[in-house]
Write a protein that binds this ligand. Structure first.
Ligand code: ADE
Length: 421
């Protein structure tokens, strides 16, 4: 029997997928310019790129860019619930891409899909959460000899990779795309801010005005969520473990509380810390009847779901993305999107306009890796500042925004120290 070179839910969704991919492309002018240059220069010619990303319309446009650059690309999902099945179908049908991704796949299928893209012996990895790098280092070390380097999209992945590098376990260089300012200032804050609210609303259709929203963490992602929830009329409470961030949250005008206190008053909870068991048994014990629990961090570990399962006397699916856990005292706690990133599980992830910059960084990081891997060590590298600046310039130009430049006198002033009062 021939080996199956893709695994998607339904190939007949391809036409709808292509139309949505083209829709997103209109909002991705920076990536489009890179794609046009790649088509001329073919900087990725001969490269095999294994990508493990959320399979969305925006990712499809990144994949097209890599292909125009000359690469062979294979794609699998970076989360079991984030795949847009029509996009996966279109990439297979219209771009002949080996795609392994099905929305709702179980954990076993998720890892078999990761292994399918690795079977192609890639020489570059492109991760969102570091599952490719981790699988290669734990189970597929035979592949290391082919690999020149990788790129990583997200905060959680970068944390995992830095831990590997610190332990001396990382065997090839990886560029932390998340570190680019044109990535985390915009994608993490405005992208996750808007798309998390979008996910909660699509899952529940609740009114945010007048509700108490508890946001766990005050990193870039949480800041975006908090500001959007406040903008829609919610009372927002922040929980933190970092004193500086907590202080910033307080001075940004939010109420700051320990989670045990916040648990008693929250209507909606959103975790975005990157850590485990932020919402746990002691919090479930004091939450209000009807509380909504959601997560926007990369992994589904922030809400202790096994504990919730143990505590509940009954569980029922009340809407497509809402599981209701009924506790013995009658309180109903509603878990959204199975505790997976709610913006991609129940909505469509970040809008294309912000992914434009994130994925411009990915494309340019891949190009940088191809050109410079011989000089790089097995460490985590930041995106070069020149790349970041160029992406910001291109995005401003695409938005029709002009800015000032320093006069010669101003430039000189900034580099001199003699002038004072
Ligand atoms: N991560 C968050 N939003 C995304 C999107 N729209 N596409 C790919 N990855 C994402």
């Amino acid at each position: 029997m021939p080996v199956k070179t893709f695994d998607v839910r339904d190939e007949s969704l391809a036409i709808q997928g292509r139309s949505r991919i083209e829709w997103a492309e209109q909002e991705m002018p920076v990536l489009r310019q890179i794609r046009e240059r790649f088509a001329q220069e073919r900087p990725l010619k001969g490269q095999k790129i294994a990508a493990c990303l959320h399979v969305t319309t925006e990712t499809a446009n990144l994949m097209r860019t890599l292909v125009e650059g000359g690469a062979d690309v294979m794609l699998c999902a970076s989360n079991p619930l984030s795949t847009q099945d029509d996009v996966a179908a279109s990439l297979v049908a219209h771009w002949e891409m080996p795609v392994y991704a099905i929305k709702g796949e179980d954990n076993k299928t998720y890892y078999s899909h990761i292994n399918s893209v690795l079977d192609a012996n890639p020489n570059i990895t492109m991760d969102d959460g570091a599952d490719l790098v981790s699988t290669i280092h734990k189970e597929r070390t035979d592949l290391l000899k082919h690999i020149v380097g990788g790129t990583e999209e997200t905060t959680t992945g970068v944390i995992r990779l830095r831990a590997m590098a610190n332990d001396g376990a990382l065997k090839f260089p990886v560029i932390a795309v998340n570190d680019a300012q044109t990535k985390h200032f915009f994608d993490n804050r405005y992208g996750t801010g808007q798309s998390t609210i979008d996910g909660i609303l699509r899952a529940t259709n609740i009114l945010l005005a007048g509700k108490t929203v508890v946001v766990a963490g005050y990193g870039w992602v949480s800041r975006g969520i908090a500001s959007r929830a406040r903008g829609m009329g919610s009372r927002v409470v922040i929980t933190e473990i970092d004193p500086l961030r907590a202080l910033e949250a307080a001075m940004d005008g939010y109420e700051v509380l320990p989670m045990l206190d916040a648990a008693k008053i929250g209507d909606i909870f959103v975790t975005a810390t990157g850590d485990t068991h932020i919402l746990d048994k002691e919090h479930f014990q004091v939450m209000k009847d009807g509380a909504l629990l959601s997560n926007s961090g990369h992994f589904n570990v922030e809400i202790n779901i096994p504990e919730l399962e143990k505590m509940a006397s009954e569980k029922r699916r009340v809407r497509e993305f809402v599981d209701q856990y009924i506790l013995p005292d009658g309180r109903r706690l509603n878990l959204l999107g199975e505790g997976r990133l709610i913006n991609l599980a129940a909505a469509e992830g970040h809008p294309a306009s912000v992914m434009d910059m994130s994925f411009a960084n990915q494309a340019l990081a891949a190009e940088f890796m191809v050109k410079n891997h011989a000089e790089l060590k097995p460490q985590v590298y930041s995106v070069p500042k020149a790349v970041d600046d160029e992406i910001a310039r291109l995005k401003l130009a695409a938005m029709g925004i002009q800015i000032d430049t320093l006069t010669a006198e101003q430039a000189k002033y900034l580099t001199s120290w003699e002038e004072g009062t």
